[in-house]
Design a protein around this ligand. Structure first.
Ligand SMILES: [Zn+2]
Length: 334
């Protein structure tokens, strides 16, 4: 199934990455296929890195495969490497690279308890149900994604202050966006224990760049490195880039624009990460309805240049200086 559901033909995308051979990790070592997990002697958080939640997003798979091959292990706590949608990943075809995002339904739209506990059946729900015991246990989850359309990399932090603080501390990508998810269903990062205001568990999602660009692997590894170093999970390792330094910026999604018409159209080929300087700028038409920015310096989050009806076309976000938290960031996991 393709990602945009577009009726118009998509442009040709350059596929620079090849799907790695993940045969050594396929059976897993924890009783769940595609899950490799390692425990250190010292106590610490359980950090899980998820790749291929969407089957055609290769960069996360390349990154995890590389770290497993060099034998990266946690110095404390537990570190899990998860190849999420094995079946969709297996169907990846570089000649039709957009077609293996999922099989029956989007695996990143099923993470509501009523859906997981409900009667619906799909290949994705079967996989989500198999992984749920792990997702119920992890302290910090980083879901490694990439994007179809040109866009600056970013981290989605979820709605909580603890998610925001950790995402900002990772340092790469340097743009952190808090959002409420999609009308079409709950993402894994929206699963209840990660969004509960009084909980401890944190899930973040990295959008590291274009699906099949070499540079997306580099950004993915930088994000993993930033997280693992920040949580003191690893010693410096040649396979991990030095932990990123430098300021991150934070924006909050104010409007999620869902396409209501099949002919939703942007007025320009906006790039994700673009900042529209003026309030009330017309950016798109959804049938007769005008889509305008609501404030100055509006950040466009992942515009989908060919959205289908009922799917997210773009999110509008406003930069804000995060309020200082009363407790030291991340102390729950230190
Ligand atoms: Zn994705």
């Amino acid at each position: 199934m393709t990602e945009s559901g577009a009726t118009l033909p998509l442009p040709r995308f350059d596929v620079q990455l090849a799907a790695p051979d993940i045969a050594p990790w396929r059976a897993g070592n924890a009783g769940i296929p595609g899950v490799m997990t390692f425990r250190a002697d010292r106590p610490g958080p359980h950090v899980a890195l998820f790749a291929a939640t969407h089957g055609n997003e290769l960069a996360g798979v390349v990154a995890l495969d590389r770290l497993l091959r060099v034998g990266l292990r946690p110095r404390r706590g537990q570190l899990s490497f998860v190849f999420h949608h094995l079946e969709a990943f297996d169907s990846f075809d570089p000649n039709r690279p957009t077609e293996s995002r999922y099989i029956d339904e989007d695996l990143n739209r099923v993470w509501a308890a009523e859906v997981l506990d409900g009667p619906r059946q799909s290949r994705e729900l079967k996989r989500a149900r198999a992984l749920r015991p792990l997702v119920d246990r992890v302290d910090v989850l980083l879901d490694l994604h990439s994007m179809l359309w040109p866009s600056d990399p970013l981290i989605l932090s979820g709605p909580t202050a603890r998610g925001r603080d950790l995402a900002l501390a990772i340092g790469a990508p340097p743009t952190v966006v808090a959002d409420d998810g999609h009308a079409a269903g709950r993402r894994m990062m929206d699963y209840a224990r990660f969004t509960a205001p009084d909980g401890d568990a944190i899930a973040m999602l990295v959008e590291a760049g274009q699906h099949w660009a070499h540079s997306t692997v580099d950004v993915t590894l930088a994000a993993i490195s930033g997280l693992l170093h920040r949580l003191a999970m690893v010693d410096p390792h040649p396979a991990l880039p030095p932990p990123p330094i430098g300021p991150s910026r934070f924006a909050e999604v104010t409007h999620t624009i869902t396409a209501r018409c099949g002919d939703f159209a942007f007025l320009q080929s906006f790039r994700g990460g673009e900042v529209v300087p003026r309030r009330n700028t017309l950016i798109a038409l959804d049938g007769d309805q005008e889509i305008r920015t609501q404030y100055d310096d509006c950040l466009l989050v992942m515009p989908s240049l060919r959205p289908s009806r009922g799917h997210t076309a773009v999110r509008l976000a406003r930069f804000i200086a995060p309020e200082p938290t009363t407790r030291r960031p991340l102390d729950r996991h230190e």
